[in-house]
Design a protein. Structure first.
Length: 361
């Protein structure tokens, strides 16, 4: 099956709404054409800089403006990160994804420290992923040179619904960052969240935006909203597991080669529900008892689930070769000290306004 870049919202909705048995059969068939159905990638998330973020993403417990109960932290040291990466490797992870609660990357000592973390983990023969917010082309090149394997930057939702979720940067900025990453040798990881009050059309719209990227992202995380107290989305009802299964299956069909990650929200999913997601084409998970700030199933529980289902963790660099790390002193790419004009649209978000009123009261 070839990668198609002209999926329409109508076609995607039609797939999403198929009778479930047909949808599962079609997705599982596509899955087997491109992937080993018994192999699932295991990635460990590491929050290297937690909380205090200036953005207003309505789902996020790390936004400084919301009153959530998380413990903020400054940037971790390279040694701390190395120790965590070794622990993740020992427990079966082939990838480490480092997240920072930043709006965008800024050239300077903190970014230099992140580059050193990337070099260090790549030398442990693990796939290194970062999610640091918006990024310029030069910064993407510097991460690539350090040995970065993947960069995560989610579209989060459809372009239409985006304005109801985030006001401090535009959907267009996200596409620009993805394009900047694409110009480097770093693979693209981009997906979104379901359960934020969006319509089915928005789920389909997000999949249109992702699948029409050319090439399509190498990884697509599908997160179920973790509704955190203090965020504007704290009262959102959890999504039924069927929605996750349908979303995974549809993603698999429209992006046949991508690794579809069953991301946030697994603590609320039964083993049977997750098994259906794997059958529907999910072939990646986040492991470890914490995502960035919220709980995730215990590693032992996941290993028991793998045993029951006969799943094997995917080895590192199965899908693309390991990048070569260039040492800092040999680097040919100088920082540009840019001050890019990322937008600040500033439109009003009803839900965020309500949260602000509540926190003032
Ligand atoms: N600050 C960077 C950024 O926004 O790109 C990187 C970290 S951010 C936490 C990465 C992604 O995590 C978000 O784009 C969103 O898709 C996901 N995320 C954050 N909070 C979430 C929540 N409560 N439930 C589900 N997914 C969430
Ligand atoms: C992604 O799509 N999901 C991960 C990762 N990329 C960075 C983050 C999930 C965060 C869930 C809420 C939290 O733990 O703070
Ligand atoms: Fe900040 Fe990222 Fe959270 Fe948005 S999702 S508030 S940018 S940490």
């Amino acid at each position: 099956m070839v990668e198609r870049h002209n999926w329409t919202k109508e076609e995607i909705l039609e797939i999403y709404n198929k009778p479930l048995m047909e949808l599962l059969y079609e997705a599982a068939t596509v899955h087997r054409l491109h992937h080993d159905p018994n192999t699932v990638q295991v990635s460990t998330l590491l929050s290297i800089k937690t909380g205090g973020c200036p953005e207003d993403c309505g789902y996020c417990p790390q936004a400084a403006r919301y009153h959530t109960d998380i413990e903020g932290n400054d940037l971790m040291s390279v040694q701390q990160v190395k120790a965590q990466a070794l622990r993740a490797k020992a427990s079966g992870s082939s990838r480490v994804c480092m997240g920072a609660a930043w709006r965008n990357v800024k050239d300077g000592p903190e970014f230099d420290q992140v580059l050193e973390m990337v070099r260090t983990i790549n030398k442990l023969d693990m796939e290194v992923c970062c999610t640091l917010g918006m990024l310029t082309e030069n910064q993407a090149q510097r991460l690539a040179e350090a040995g970065l394997y993947a960069y995560n930057h989610n579209l989060d939702t459809s372009e239409d619904y985006y304005k109801d979720v985030i006001s401090t940067r535009a959907f267009e900025d996200r596409l620009q960052t993805i394009d900047n990453v694409r110009k480097s040798n770093v693979t693209v990881c981009s997906g979104g969240i379901i359960g934020m009050g969006e319509r089915l059309e928005d789920r389909a719209g997000m999949l249109v935006a992702l699948s029409t990227l050319n090439p399509q992202p190498e990884s697509v995380p599908i997160n179920a909203l973790v509704a955190v107290e203090g965020t504007p989305m704290e009262d959102m009802e959890p999504i039924p597991i069927w929605d996750m299964i349908r979303m995974v299956a549809t993603t698999r069909i429209v992006m046949p080669k991508t690794q579809v990650r069953l991301s946030a929200g697994r603590t609320d999913m039964s083993r049977e529900g997750q098994a259906m997601c794997f059958f529907a084409g999910a072939n990646s998970i986040f492991a470890g008892d914490k995502l960035l700030t919220t709980p995730n199933p215990d590693v032992n529980e996941d290993m028991e689930m793998f045993r029951l289902l006969g799943l094997q963790p995917q080895k590192a660099f199965k899908k693309a070769p390991q990048p070569v790390t260039v040492e800092e002193e040999d680097s040919s790419i100088a920082p540009m000290g840019e001050n890019p004009k990322w937008t600040r649209p500033g439109h009003k978000i009803e839900r965020n306004e309500a949260a602000r009123r509540r926190s003032k009261a």
